[in-house]
Design a binder for this molecule. Structure first.
Ligand code: KG4
Ligand code: ZN
Length: 333
């Protein structure tokens, strides 16, 4: 039997999870509301909130899993990528815990963990599969050959998909994080109401900065004509923006599937919670006879369950690190 404690602290969620023999028994997430009033994550405030939250969060994860601290066989933590000050809190906690309990320490790459969240529940994808990982900081198409053998096929050249949602939301006067709000407004809007450009980017790469500028110009021009434009057309605007972001993502995913011949197709990361992306991917999967894998909502945005499951698969390989490990703000899949 293997009991793993997973720790996630790369951005603005402090999270702890217990995984017993590959099964998630708890996944506690302490979100940081403090950033909303600043319109984005403030790194220093995030580090302080992690420092406050980490021990109560871990305690709760242990209680909910109905185990005691001394039952834990190893601790896995997010080494990167992310905000360095935030990562330092989780890393230092994990190192201290491993040292105190005399158990192995396991480092986890946050972007790999988003993908490995697909191994929490059934059905699980089979190798090799393609994963579109879309979060606040990344937009990647990854060919997943094995648990820890991943090839980056394409990525964004500027903004991430989550940033495209959040920055657009800011233009529309919606609070941070805007992605979920755009999703909500889009449900009552017409996706064909506004024509937005699809960037012509080579290969399997993405670009979202042009889209953001196009939306800004459109909104500025319309507000000049009608000061109530945003209030009156919010639903249609959100639906059109979401539709374009989703089509940019899925057109590249379709290209990747064609190029590789892979039929198991997954999405991961915070933006995979988007209802438009989820439903369009399902429809595309039907059309092209793909096996589509979409994570449960709780495993889309940042969580420690994905760090614990990744840790479990490294534990099986006895892939441990020493106490001299330090976090990395940048890490590749
Ligand atoms: O993976 P994640 O929780 O954190 C990072 O590692 O970045 O992703 C957060 C991103 C934010 O940009 C947020 O706006 C976006 O995911 N997001 C969404 C939705 N839920 C979260 N974007 C669009 N629609 C959603 N429903
Ligand atoms: Zn993430």
């Amino acid at each position: 039997m293997a009991i793993i404690l997973g720790i996630e602290s790369s951005c603005d969620e402090t999270s702890a999870s217990i995984c017993i023999d590959g099964e998630i028994r708890s996944n506690i997430i302490a979100s940081q509301a403090i950033h909303a009033k600043y319109g984005g994550v403030v790194p220093e405030l995030a580090s302080r909130a992690h420092q406050q939250n980490i021990i109560p969060t871990v305690d709760q994860a242990i209680i909910q899993a109905k185990i005691s601290k001394k039952d834990i066989d190893a601790v896995s933590f997010t080494r990167g990528p992310g905000l360095l000050g935030s990562l330092l809190v989780g890393t230092s906690f994990a190192k201290s815990f491993a040292l105190a309990m005399d158990i192995p320490l396991i480092e986890v790459n946050h972007m790999q963990a988003h993908i490995l969240a697909h191994f929490i529940d059934n059905p699980k994808p089979s190798f090799p599969f393609l994963c579109l990982t879309v979060s606040g900081g990344h937009t990647q198409i990854v060919l997943v050959k094995d648990y820890f053998e991943m090839e980056l096929l394409g990525e964004t050249l500027d903004d991430a998909a989550g940033e495209a949602f959040d920055k657009t939301a800011k233009i529309l006067n919606l609070p941070y994080p805007g992605g979920p709000l755009i999703d909500k407004h889009a449900k009552n809007g017409d996706p064909t109401a506004f024509k937005l450009p699809e960037p012509q980017i080579p290969e399997l790469n993405f670009s979202f900065s042009g889209l953001k500028t196009a939306i800004l110009y459109l909104v500025q021009a319309e507000i000049k004509k009608n000061p109530n434009f945003l209030e009156e057309r919010m639903h249609d605007l959100c639906a059109s923006v979401q539709d374009r972001i989703v089509s940019i993502l899925l057109n590249k995913l379709k290209k990747a599937a064609k190029q590789t011949g892979v039929k198991d197709i997954a999405i991961a990361g915070g933006v995979s919670a988007n209802s438009g992306l989820r439903s369009s991917l399902l429809a595309m999967g039907e059309k092209y006879k793909w096996n589509v894998f979409i994570p449960k909502f709780e495993y889309c945005t940042d969580n420690a369950a994905m760090i614990a499951i990744a840790g479990y698969h490294k534990f099986l390989k006895q892939d441990f690190v020493g106490q001299d490990i330090s976090p990395l703000a940048r890490m590749h899949v």
